[in-house]
Design a protein around this ligand. Sequence first.
Ligand code: ZN
Length: 155
Amino acid sequence: MSKNGIYDNFAPMSSVIDRIAKAITVLWVAPVSVFALPLLPLTLWRASWRVNGGVLEITSPGLSWFLQGPWFRAMSGGTGFAAATIGHVLVARDRRCMNTCRVHEHVHVRQCERWGALFPLAYVAAGMYAAWRARRWTAYYWDNRFEREARAAEV
Ligand SMILES: [Zn+2]
C-alpha cells in the first residue's frame, strides 16, 4: 500500500492526458512557431540548441545580429533585443542573454498558448493601441500590455 492509495491507479492515465494536452498545445501554437523557420539560416553557424520546458531555445551569432538589427532598434528605442519569442521557439543573442531573459520570454510563451494563432495580431493591436495612447512609437513595445505582463514576472 503506497501513501497515495487508490490514486496510484490514475497516475498513468493522467500522464497520458498530460501528454495529449501538451501535444494539443504545441499544435495550437504551431501557426506562430512556424514563423521561426525563416530564421533557420541564421542558426547554421555556431548555434546552440536546447529544449527547455517544452520550448526550443536557440542562440547563435546570426540570431544575435538579427536581434540587434535596425528593425528591433527602432522598436526598442535602444540596442535591439536580447531575446525574442516566436511561439514555442525562443531565440537569444547568446547563452547569457538566454538565462537573463528566460522568465520574461516564457511569459510570452504562455501568452501565445492562451491566444494561439491570434497572438501576433493581439500583440500588434495592443502595441498600436499603446503607441496611439502615448503618442510615442516606442510605447508600442514598452507600454504593450503583453510586455508589461512579461516584465512584471521578471522579479
Ligand atoms: Zn517581451
